[in-house]
Write a protein that binds this ligand. Structure first.
Ligand SMILES: Cc1ncc(COP(=O)(O)O)c(C=O)c1O
Length: 377
């Protein structure tokens, strides 16, 4: 299906109002300034002071012993799997999650792991009983051994809804006796923290490791950070090297991440709240438009009309009447009006708010959506 590469090409990589993803954000002026003046060293020797500072800052924010800067969220998940899972081990993941669907089967190709996908609830949670039922120990020679449980927070395909600390605690309770570790794919962990009004560390307290992306709503140009125990991070560091992800004077990039995580006005964590307000307003306007339907899938399986109360963070997921043919026409008409959204699995469409999308862009998107619906009917 792709994520709108053709549209990006037509726009020279920059849509006028580009709601395909929060990955399209450009760095803030403060980030560019910090990058230009960053102190650097050779990070493979672990002597890039800016990278060290970022890793310590991330570990501190998330209440873990150590951090590791990696180029992408995909690599963050991959090195975590490599550190937790022995060849032939099995990973329990949400069925619609990023790891099983959007990481080119790296769990199989690189880790040599099997997956046990579990259908999520509309809240993005795998039911605890289903997890417990899926667990396999080494007592049966037929079975792979359950080696890791992954939680995605926010869970993208359910309107990027945040997973609560209470769920994490209950999950930990079920797994503790079996000594199965938990990894949080927290690509948008700070969106979850802001939406729930809790410190980000509360969301990963009951996890052994977590990764989060600097390059999505936090607006840094590149990078993710993996956090966990010192021992885990050492193994993940070796895995990063194996994958060719050991970088040199990469403090230039880490500097932008430090700005993102800053407590000062230049930080980009608190501003995520604006994205959530904007997404909700867009959904509220869209629900009134003839031709807009609910996603009809796990994001909102019940009800014909898009329910704006499902929007807890920065994703709006919906369908248009008339199936995928109409969807293609609608997206084309929208693009003609300078707005990009993206086709999403199961016939859905996704619009994501982010840094650079303010109230006036939302007004323009609402108007363009209304017109595109008419023109594609
Ligand atoms: C939930 C989730 N995990 C991981 C990733 C991977 O991040 P990256 O694109 O930086 O590899 C994404 C990217 O969109 C994501 O949405």
């Amino acid at each position: 299906m792709g994520y709108g590469a053709d549209a990006a090409k037509r726009h020279g990589g920059v849509g006028r109002i580009d709601l395909r993803s929060d990955t399209v954000t450009h760095p803030t002026p403060e980030m560019r300034a910090a990058m230009a003046s960053a102190e650097v060293g050779d990070d493979v020797f672990e002597d890039d002071p800016t990278v060290v500072e970022l890793e310590e800052r991330a570990a501190d924010l998330l209440g873990k012993q150590a951090g590791l800067f990696v180029p992408s969220g995909t690599m963050g998940n991959l090195v975590s799997l490599m550190a937790h899972v022995a060849r032939g081990g099995e990973v329990i993941t949400p069925a619609e999650g990023h790891i099983p669907n959007d990481e080119a089967a790296n769990y199989a190709v690189v880790v040599g792991a099997g997956l046990r996908p579990i259908a999520e609830t509309p809240e993005g949670e795998m039911p605890l009983d289903a997890i417990e039922e899926a667990i396999q120990d080494g007592s049966d020679p037929h079975s792979a051994i359950t080696s890791l449980v992954v939680v995605e927070n926010c869970h993208a395909h359910t309107f990027s809804r945040p997973i609560t600390p209470a769920y994490m605690k209950a999950l930990r309770g079920r797994l503790a006796a079996k000594k199965i570790p938990i990894h949080v794919d927290g690509a948008r962990l700070f969106n979850a923290a802001i939406a729930l009004g809790v410190p980000a560390r509360d969301l990963v307290r009951d996890a052994d490791s977590a990764s989060f992306c600097l390059s999505k709503g936090l607006a840094a140009p590149i990078g993710s950070v993996v956090v966990g125990s010192k021992e885990f991070i050492w193994t993940a560091r070796r895995a990063r090297k194996l994958l060719g992800g050991g970088m040199r004077q990469v403090g230039i990039l880490a500097a932008a991440g430090l700005v993102a995580l800053s407590d000062g006005p230049e930080g980009t964590v608190q501003r995520l709240a604006d994205d959530h307000v904007n997404a909700r307003r867009l959904a509220e306007a869209m629900t009134e438009m003839p031709g807009v339907l609910s996603p009809g899938h796990i994001a909102q399986p019940i009800g014909e009309r898009l329910d704006p109360s499902r929007v807890a963070t920065n994703f709006v997921i919906f369908k248009v009447e008339g199936g995928v043919k109409r969807r293609a026409k609608f997206l084309e008409q929208l693009e003609k009006r300078g707005v990009l959204m993206v086709a999403y699995p199961h016939g859905q469409i996704r619009a994501v708010t982010h840094y650079g999308i303010g109230a006036s862009e939302i007004d323009a998107t609402i108007a363009a959506t209304r017109e595109a619906l008419r023109a594609s009917a």
